[in-house]
Design a protein around this ligand. Structure first.
Ligand SMILES: NC(=O)C1=CN([C@@H]2O[C@H](COP(=O)(O)OP(=O)(O)OC[C@H]3O[C@@H](n4cnc5c(N)ncnc54)[C@H](O)[C@@H]3O)[C@@H](O)[C@H]2O)C=CC1
Ligand SMILES: O=C(O)C(=O)Cc1ccc(O)cc1
Length: 367
């Protein structure tokens, strides 16, 4: 029987989930809802959604499954709004928000009316937003956290696993508290630090305009996520306030200690600090399958960019290895350069390195 899925918010995550749903479920119709008609029309032409609706009540009451894929503060408001509608009695409602405590508290508005709610958070994404960045492979091998609202909604959790199997994600269950504590430290704090680092660099660029050119690979790596959507991150910071305030307090203390160690020029202590960080980091599987969103990057040394890009992409296309991104690492002007090519999994990364080794004279490195 045809299932009506309502996708509230059709940005990066809503659109990517819509593509995954359509990939693995027949007899499913995805309707998009947002406040932006141009976006809804665009996503329909791109065949991400089947149709769209700007009347939230009408769309919600026709839905068998509702995905809330808006910024967290909007999701909280919409949960309240739809709780007053006459939804189908067996409707399953879920969300994708990056925080879970506030969302699960709000979900009592829905569960008290007898509706099923399961909190969700696909732990993959990017600094991009909007349906143009939609990618049906976005969640492959990533963890997809589900937070049941009660013991009673085991069946809904099982239904979501089936519905979302096209994501190829790994489903795990956590409580809202566990979720917010862990993502606060591993995802939210890094975004705050990245943004702060960019602010500090901006002051430096004011004093030394040359600094922009000198921003090296390390700066670029650690600040990529500072290009993320500001509304989304302001919402997350407010929503996970308690954990983040505690985390920033710890930072203030540890940065104070670090500052003193540098003031003292305590080489050994600094060595131990960097050495321990390296050991811990090398042991975290951020580049291995099943980690927090990983980009599988191959660095190819090339003598000139334009020719090499065409040659490398030509070889990969011929071998049917799909790349998800290619970027030029700025090194010394036109003398010698590095292409950073990203693949969606380790297998394709290794295949790519093998064919590039066999069919070109370029050396490459997996990092
Ligand atoms: N971007 C990422 O990497 C990840 C994001 N998330 C979570 O997913 C949710 C969505 O994020 P993205 O897809 O990245 O955002 P996005 O900015 O790409 O899309 C947001 C969508 O919500 C719609 N929207 C905004 N305000 C609205 C309103 N008042 N009423 C109706 N629709 C409204 C927009 O039109 C757009 O369709 C957020 O809660 C975020 O925390 C979760 C995992 C990863
Ligand atoms: O771009 C990145 O590396 C991210 O950190 C993506 C991301 C953003 C928000 C989430 O809740 C989960 C993943």
């Amino acid at each position: 029987m045809m299932k009506n899925v309502l996708m509230i918010g059709i940005g990066l995550i809503g659109s990517s989930i819509a593509l995954c749903l359509k990939e693995s479920n027949e007899d499913l119709r995805v309707t998009g809802f947002s406040l932006n008609q141009e976006e809804l029309e665009g996503a329909t032409s791109a065949q991400i959604i089947d149709d769209w609706e700007m009347d939230l009540q009408k769309a919600s009451e026709a839905a068998d499954v509702i995905f809330l894929c808006t910024p967290v503060s909007v999701t909280l408001k919409i949960m309240e709004e739809i709780s007053s509608f006459n939804l189908k009695s067996d409707v399953l409602i879920t969300d994708v928000g990056s925080t879970k405590k506030e969302i699960m508290n709000q979900s009592t508005l829905l569960t008290s009316k007898g509706y099923q709610f399961v909190g969700g958070h696909p732990m993959a994404g990017s600094h991009k937003s909007g349906f143009l960045a939609a990618d049906k492979n976005l969640f492959e091998n990533a963890y997809y956290i589900l937070v049941p609202s009660s013991e009673k909604n085991k069946q809904s959790v099982a239904d979501l696993h089936v519905l979302l199997r096209g994501t190829k994600a790994k489903f795990i269950q956590l409580t809202a508290n566990e979720h917010d504590e862990m993502t606060g430290i591993l995802s939210h704090t890094p975004h705050i630090i990245a943004a702060e680092l960019v602010h500090q660099a901006d002051q430096l660029i004011g004093d030394f305009p040359m600094a922009k050119k000198l921003a090296a690979g390390g700066f670029r790596d650690i600040t990529r996520i500072a290009s993320s959507d500001a509304k989304m991150w302001a919402d997350i910071s407010v929503s996970n306030q308690e954990v983040l305030v505690g985390e920033l307090d710890k930072w203030l203390v540890s940065l104070g200690n670090l500052k003193r160690t540098i003031e003292e020029k305590n080489w050994q202590k600094l060595y131990d600090f960097f050495d321990l960080a390296k050991k811990i980091r090398d042991d975290i599987p951020v580049h291995k399958e099943g980690s927090i969103p990983a980009f599988h990057d191959l660095y190819v040394n090339v003598p000139d960019y334009p020719g090499a890009i065409a040659e490398v992409t030509g070889i990969l296309a011929k071998e049917q290895i799909s790349l998800i991104n290619i970027k030029i690492m700025e090194t010394r002007d036109d003398i010698f350069g590095i292409l950073c090519i990203s693949f969606k999994n380790e297998k394709e990364l290794k295949q790519a390195q093998t064919v590039i080794n066999q069919q070109t004279a370029y050396s490459s490195l997996i990092n």
